[in-house]
Design a protein around this ligand. Structure first.
Ligand SMILES: [Zn+2]
Length: 568
């Protein structure tokens, strides 16, 4: 393939719309172009990588006995009414009307469509288990599309669905799928971890996410050396169970003067205690009621957990005026002691470890020390409220958790009978009795994977493609295309390699060497043959993009050397 006649538009500057390296590099190196917010074209080089990822995914799906199908993108919304997902999916479901005013959705995932197929065409236990998959564009009306193809409104995904007679059979397929996903990511040359996850809008009983590790990934992972890993959003904060905070001497609490000190840092610094010796009291309004939340001074409220604990998606902080009205003191001096009965007091379970604590006095410029729960104030209920953090203890082995970031590329779910029960999809067992199918579903983001690979493999100069998913195996760079011998050597090598099935790009553009070398680094093809002045001495240079190592090779040996490096 010749660069001069290819659509590989590169540019030097970082596009202003891009926040993270993969998005910048995909635009700059001409892999993708934006059509509109969250909607992208894959240009020839980008699509080559997509196709290579698809091939690996297909091979691994077929290897565990999955069957490839192709379902429609256009779905009548009645099927979402049947499954109950029209409500739960909410505004992210893309809806449109046809000329007869019927409502359709652009498929976000295909649980409903595939469940209808099973309902009609897999009636007997004898035909189970089965697993079907497809590779298709999916649609989600993201409120805030960002990070290029990582959070797009249209994206390419592999989705698979399995049907079983019982949980045991589902478990077997679930483990096979986990193995297939591991092999896919490993074959793509990426480091990853598997985390326990929330089932979210898909629903179901158990789910795991596959995270490609990357410093700018949108997910934060807490993980342990024992292999346990969890998405920080769901992690429960766990501290040493033997750690007791404060002391209960039996004496009543005392009031301390803390003039103008309204933050945890100010108060703990002034009193010379650790921030966690203080307990924060945060006041929220839910409906007509006010709630006080108690959390350790060194922790933050996790809003998702708060919404779950309150059952109110519209829960909000009290305004400063409302705080004065509720407690009699300005912001920063709230505490649980003496709060009116009608304010519900909810505490994070970490508060149980406090024998005594320092809290706001509900009085301007004052805090209380030696406050004891149960004696000095009531706790109405305990709820998991706070963000877990690095150093919290692993629930499996008890060792401190480390923190890393990742891009989610795969998500597998045990659905159980969630869809089959609501959509009345049943099979007939050996006794002639009908049961709802037990189901699993398994998503893998193909376009996301291309971005995740770049997120993990790039440097200051550009992309550093893993060999298995690079758009091209080799770049041939004739430095001066006006030198006939140089250009002829380049084209001869191109022909010889293409005959052997190697993907070769020749940069035959009449550009300055500076531009060509910069573009070569930017586009990140793993191997580069530079044909320049040394050709007079019968030599070319072989450059390794990942290590920046250069080998001088006699021109008559270059074919063999390359074939050896690109094993296939
Ligand atoms: Zn552990």
């Amino acid at each position: 393939m010749r660069w001069s006649k290819s659509c590989i538009p590169t540019f030097k500057e970082d596009p202003s719309e891009a926040e993270i390296p993969s998005h910048k590099l995909m635009l700059r190196s001409g892999l993708i172009r934006k059509l509109t917010s969250g909607v992208y074209t894959f240009l020839p080089m980008g699509y080559r990588t997509v196709r290579k990822i698809e091939k690996i995914v297909r091979e691994e799906m077929n290897a565990i006995g999955c069957q490839e199908v192709l379902m429609p993108i256009l779905h009548p919304t009645e099927i979402y009414e049947e499954s109950g997902r029209l409500e739960t999916f909410g505004p992210e479901l893309f809806k449109l009307k046809d000329s007869r005013d019927r409502t359709f959705a652009l498929g976000p995932t295909h649980e409903e469509v595939i469940t209808m197929i099973a309902r009609d065409d897999m009636r007997s236990y004898r035909s189970l288990p089965q697993c079907l998959y497809q590779i298709l564009s999916k649609f989600r009306d993201e409120i805030r599309p960002r990070y290029g193809v990582i959070r797009a409104r249209e994206f390419i995904m592999k989705d698979a669905y399995s049907f079983h007679v019982d949980d045991e059979s589902l478990d077997e397929t679930y483990r096979k799928m986990e193995g297939a996903y591991r092999r896919i990511i490993e074959r793509c040359g990426l480091e990853y971890c598997i985390v326990e996850a929330d089932s979210g809008y898909i629903g179901g009983e158990e789910s795991h996410e596959f995270m490609v590790l990357a410093g700018n990934g949108e997910s934060t992972i807490l993980s342990s050396t024992c292999g346990y890993a969890v998405n920080q959003e769901q992690a429960v904060a766990k501290e040493d169970p033997d750690r007791r905070v404060g002391e209960n001497s039996g004496d009543p609490y005392i009031e301390l003067s803390t003039p103008g000190m309204a933050t945890i840092d100010e108060v703990s610094g002034f009193l010379k205690v650790e921030p966690y010796a203080l307990v924060k009291t945060l006041l929220y309004r839910t409906g007509e009621k006010t709630a006080a939340l108690l959390i350790p001074g060194d922790r933050e409220i996790n809003d998702i957990k708060l919404v779950n604990a309150s059952g109110d998606p519209d829960i909000r902080f009290l305004t400063p005026d409302e705080i004065v009205k509720a407690t009699g003191a300005p912001v920063g001096f709230s505490g649980p002691v003496g709060l009116p009965e009608e304010i519900e007091i909810i505490a994070d379970p970490l508060i149980e470890a406090y024998e005594s604590m320092i809290v706001g006095a509900n009085k301007k410029d004052a805090h209380l020390k030696g406050v004891v729960q149960g004696r000095d104030f009531r706790i109405d209920r305990y709820e998991d409220l706070v963000w877990a953090k690095e150093g919290d203890l692993c629930p499996k082995c008890g060792e401190p958790l480390g923190m890393s970031r990742g891009v989610e590329v795969g998500h597998i779910f045990k659905l159980g009978d969630k869809y089959s029960a609501s959509m009345d999809a049943t099979f007939i067992d050996e006794k002639g009795e009908m049961h709802p199918f037990i189901m699993g579903c398994y998503g893998f983001g193909i376009s996301r994977m291309a971005a995740a690979a770049i997120e993990q493999h790039h440097d200051d100069d550009g992309i550093v493609w893993p060999a298995s998913i690079t758009p091209m195996d080799l770049l041939i760079l004739p430095v001066n295309v006006n030198n006939e011998e140089v250009l002829e050597t380049a084209f001869r090598l191109e022909r010889e390699l293409e005959e052997r099935g190697i993907d070769v790009l020749v940069d035959d553009r009449d550009q300055s060497p500076g531009v060509k070398f910069k573009d070569a680094d930017l586009t990140g093809i793993p191997l580069r043959v530079t044909i320049g002045r040394k050709l007079k001495e019968g030599k070319v240079e072989l450059f390794h993009r990942a290590t920046r190592e250069i080998e001088e090779i006699p021109v008559e040996k270059v074919l063999d050397v390359i074939l050896e490096k690109i094993e296939r």
